[in-house]
Design a protein around this ligand. Sequence first.
Ligand code: HPA
Ligand code: ZN
Length: 337
Amino acid sequence: SPLHDFLHGLPKCEHHVHLEGCMSPELIFTLAQRNNISLPDPATNPAYASIAALTARYDHFSSLDDFLAFYFQGMAVLMNEADFADLAWWYFRKAHSDGVHHAEVFFDPQVHIDRGIPYETVVNGFAQGCQRAENELGLSTRLILCFVRHLPVDNAASVYEKFVSSGHFEAGVVHGLGWSSTEVGPPKDMFREQYADALTRNIPLTAHAGEEGDPTYISTALELGATRIDHGIRLIEDPELMKRVAAQGTLLTVCPLSNVRLRCVPAVEHVPIRKFLEAGVKFSINSDDPAYFGGYILDNYCAVQEAHQLSVLEWRIIAENSVQQSWIENSRKAELL
Ligand code: HPA
Ligand code: ZN
């Protein structure tokens, strides 16, 4: 787009990217071989016949849950601390080249623990990647531990205990909590106890809500203490709630290419960017699972520009809100603005 260079140069912050969503088909096949893990038999799942076949399958997700099956299979080839560190480092290098200065990244420890990888291996590996990005690229980074909604709440309770007893929050290794995975089905408030406890510890909270689910998923997340909403595009269906979100300054972390690939909207034109701007709802633009959804953060910025033709002033508002709503100290915000 004509604004490509301008968008590249904007000081971007990413608030919604899953590190496990950065596993390209190439990396999945490479690590499967290196770590001696068998991928699904192509005879029963032809998507795993080759890198090209897997890449092609990603054009045809039918829903969030259809995508999630590939996402959980993809991350199952991560075994060693170095695998996690390399994955994070690879993402940060790409984000840096897209003009990202600050990145808040999700990870799903429950899913790794469930297949026998220790919590410490996952966090130490990802934290190493973050440290390297801070040292070598000058990025600021934040790790956000995500609970997953497709596993029983007891499973989340047990990882939350590990997280609390590790001292990782106080040590500045993990900076916040979120939830993700299957939205519609499990109880909307399934992490009520964990979020209530986290609030007493002043741990920043976010939540995936209003992606496939209706606006009551968003209001429930806010009620439980989330100060940020991941996706949140279905907020436009509840004007009263939208007014409240605007008045509170709650950030939505919008992921346009993800919304198209998961069929939440028919095209980027239908992501309610302009309605949010007009209502004074703060949002950032993000990549979600870039290796699965056909683009990294700059691709998402460019897709929004193509579809919505924003002005330079509107882009500056988006960039400034992204900095101001980041979970970083004011001195770092001042550097980014
Ligand atoms: N939605 C819910 N869970 C997820 C997503 C998403 O877009 N990406 C990775 N886990
Ligand atoms: Zn997400």
